[in-house]
Design a protein around this ligand. Structure first.
Ligand SMILES: [Zn+2]
Length: 350
């Protein structure tokens, strides 16, 4: 890609500014410490009890997160792309980060956020058509619901100019991403961050997520599958971290990370931790489902809502029982399953 070299050079310069004084020589440890504590951005995260906690990123952290995301998206987007960013902006880092990164890659950005007030989904569909949008950055749920709305209005999502969907903000199985990709006739991939570190792992050309291990030290509590600790601090997020000798086909030596969702949406099953992603993988083993999916854990029971394109063409009761039985059999956990037609999705999940 023609811009790759210049972006890399630009960021090497950026990094040298972070690690050096203005007058040239490497910073003394004391100077480095003071720069590392300069606060750049305020955000908040929701804790397991539902309260909010402040998060402050230092300038160095903020810029390094942007650098890693820029280098990753530079492999996916070009200067000709028109990108819609439908990710949270208020009191979070991801919206501002995605905006800066798309601009740095040289593409154009349309920031619509997720509040749905100024730019609700029908208006977004109009913008996608009018400006021939080529890429979406959004959650997998948003991508599925936007496609469902387009179809309900008699439009075909696969006829838009969208060729790439970059999923953030919600973990998703490869099966669900494939189904979203088919619906939009686009390539899909995922990025992974936590509320305190917006860029933790970035996608490679093989579709694996590689930990940004030059910047972050990751461990998993109790082995290779469990709560992620970043620089020793618990994140509240469940992941699988592949062993160091596992090599991805892309050739990168950075560990491969598989996000499994929040620890608050995981339970202990007979064979260890069971997460919402484990449930999702079983659900999407059933071929006739639309890419719509919601799973919440209440009282140690997974409540799954999924959808079929045409409920008249399927025995919905039998499908519901098969999905529920499949979850119990494979994972040894309780699940309640609701299957609706895509056209009833917004009432079923609101
Ligand atoms: Zn890879």
């Amino acid at each position: 890609m023609t811009t790759a070299a210049s972006i890399t050079t630009h960021y090497e310069h950026f990094l040298s500014l972070l690690t050096r004084d203005a007058h040239g020589p490497a910073r003394t440890p004391a100077a480095a410490d003071s720069r590392d504590t300069v606060h750049a951005r305020y955000g908040e995260r929701v804790d397991p009890s539902g309260g909010t906690q402040p998060i402050v990123l230092t300038r160095d952290e903020w810029i390094r997160n942007q650098i890693d995301l820029t280098l990753a998206l530079d492999r996916l987007l070009t200067e000709d792309d028109v990108v819609v960013s439908a990710v949270p902006y208020e009191l979070s880092f991801i919206g501002a980060e995605v905006d800066r990164v798309i601009e740095m890659v040289g593409a154009s950005v349309i920031s619509v956020g997720t509040s749905g007030t100024i730019c609700p989904m029908p208006r977004l569909l109009g913008l996608i058509e009018q400006y021939e949008v080529t890429a979406l950055v959004c959650s997998p749920r948003f991508a599925a619901e936007l496609a469902g709305l387009a179809e309900s209005l008699g439009k075909r999502p696969q006829d838009t100019a969208i060729r790439r969907i970059i999923c953030v903000g919600e973990v998703s199985s490869a099966e669900r991403l494939d189904r979203i990709g088919t619906t939009w006739a686009a390539r899909t991939c995922a990025l992974y961050g936590t509320p305190t570190a917006p860029t933790v792992a970035v996608t490679c050309e093989q579709g694996a997520l590689h930990l940004c291990d030059h910047r972050l030290r990751a461990e998993v509590r109790g082995g290779w599958r469990g709560e992620l600790l970043l620089d020793g601090i618990p994140t509240g997020e469940a992941v699988e971290l592949c062993p160091a000798d596992h090599r991805c086909d892309c050739g990168s030596t950075s560990p491969v990370l598989v996000p499994l969702g929040s620890m608050t949406s995981a339970v202990r099953g007979p064979d260890g931790l069971v997460t919402a992603l484990d449930v999702e993988r079983i659900v999407f083993g059933h071929g006739r489902l639309a890419p719509h999916f919601v799973c919440v854990l209440r009282d140690d029971t997974f409540h799954v809502t999924c959808a079929v394109p045409d409920p008249r063409a399927v025995d919905v009761g039998a499908l519901r029982r098969a999905v529920r039985g499949g979850i119990g059999e494979a994972l040894g956990v309780e699940a309640e399953v609701t299957v609706v037609g895509v056209q009833d999705w917004s009432t079923a999940t609101s």
